[in-house]
Write a protein that binds this ligand. Structure first.
Ligand code: PBG
Length: 326
């Protein structure tokens, strides 16, 4: 026998020991389920590139939210899927107080109050250009004009019942402008979950199918970040914290664990990571072919995102993961 001063395997010997010394936890309370809402009655529309995921009308959305709350899931991130005829150059539906989205938010707040509601603040679901900001005649994404609309949108969401408004647009200065607009209107208890380090990623493909929001021209690289950069993410976080962000986000998650960790070192607010649509689709596709064990891979990735430093995870696996963790 070897005489070894250290044998790390001793601490892995039994399930009781492994459970006792486990460094990272993953519970349903850490998870937020993104949900897509459409107009209609008992309407459910499968999204082919996101197997198992559907756009839901408000009545079915409420049933889904009830199930998620009963599983102990922390919250929902709501996104509207609008028909093409409701989209225009100025994204006017984004600030319609009687629109589908504020109605959906109010209904969830009223019927399932234990869920924390995050609302998406960006123009792409409402814009015929498919961009997150207003677009000039020459195709430029207009920053300051967009921020003004986003601030009005945020107030509308707060009035409908949002717990956190979540600007995902990557315009400069939007967190401060939204904070000020919320405070002026008396919504000092409504938080801002800032998509601070949001990368120009190819992993968003299935989401754009879900909302039919593929940019009509160009790409999002003048506002979303270059995947090559990490110091720039720290700059974005520093600015969003100074402007009053209550949580900051890294998006996507799995290919950006180093960014989550780097932000963890400097952030004194909770960190959220978004395991995006393409990350979900990859696991689903490989599992469907029997090439990986989908349930185990799902939990391993979620745990890794937590281990990297995320407090909260936005994930399309929220319901399935909560069932497994149950
Ligand atoms: C846009 C937005 C996107 C996602 C959330 N908000 C896509 C984009 O920037 O085009 C992607 C989420 C996902 O892929 O799951 N405001």
């Amino acid at each position: 026998m070897l005489v070894l001063p250290e044998r790390p395997r001793r601490n892995r010997r039994t399930e009781a020991i492994r459970r006792m010394v486990r460094e990272t936890s993953l519970t349903p309370a850490h998870l937020v389920a993104p949900l897509f809402v459409v107009d209609g009655d008992r309407e459910r529309q499968p999204i082919p590139s996101m197997p198992g995921y559907e756009r839901l009308s408000i009545d079915l959305l409420l049933e889904k939210c009830r199930q998620l709350a009963d599983l102990g899931i922390g919250g929902v991130a709501l996104f509207p899927a609008l028909p093409a005829y409701k989209k225009d150059k100025t994204a006017s539906e984004a600030t319609n107080p009687d629109g589908l989205f504020p109605r959906a938010v109010s209904a969830v707040k009223e019927q399932v109050p234990e869920l924390t509601i995050f609302t998406d603040v960006a123009l792409d679901p409402y814009s015929c250009d498919g961009h997150d900001g207003l677009v000039s005649e020459t195709g430029e994404i207009l920053n300051d004009e967009t921020v003004e609309v986003l601030a009005r949108m945020a107030v509308l969401h707060a009035r409908a019942g949002a717990d956190y408004v979540a600007p995902s647009d990557m315009m400069d200065g939007r967190v401060g402008a939204i904070r000020e607009a919320l405070d002026v209107e008396g919504f000092h208890n409504v938080g801002i979950m800032a998509y601070s380090a949001k990368y120009a990623s190819a992993f968003y493909g299935p989401f754009r199918d879900a909302l039919d929001s593929v940019p009509k021209f160009g790409d999002k690289k003048t506002y979303q970040m270059d995947p090559a950069n990490v110091r720039e993410a720290l700059r974005e976080v520093r600015l969003d914290l100074a402007e009053g962000a209550d949580m900051v986000m890294v998006k996507p998650a799995l290919a950006y664990l180093d960014v989550i960790r780097a932000i963890w070192e400097i952030s004194d607010v909770p960190i959220t990571a978004y395991q995006v649509s393409g990350e979900y689709a990859m696991v689903k596709a490989a599992a469907e072919r029997g090439w990986i064990d989908g349930d185990r891979v799902m939990l391993e990735i979620l745990l890794a995102i937590r281990r990297a430093g995320a407090d909260v995870i936005f994930t399309y696996f929220a319901e399935e993961a909560a069932q497994q963790l149950g």
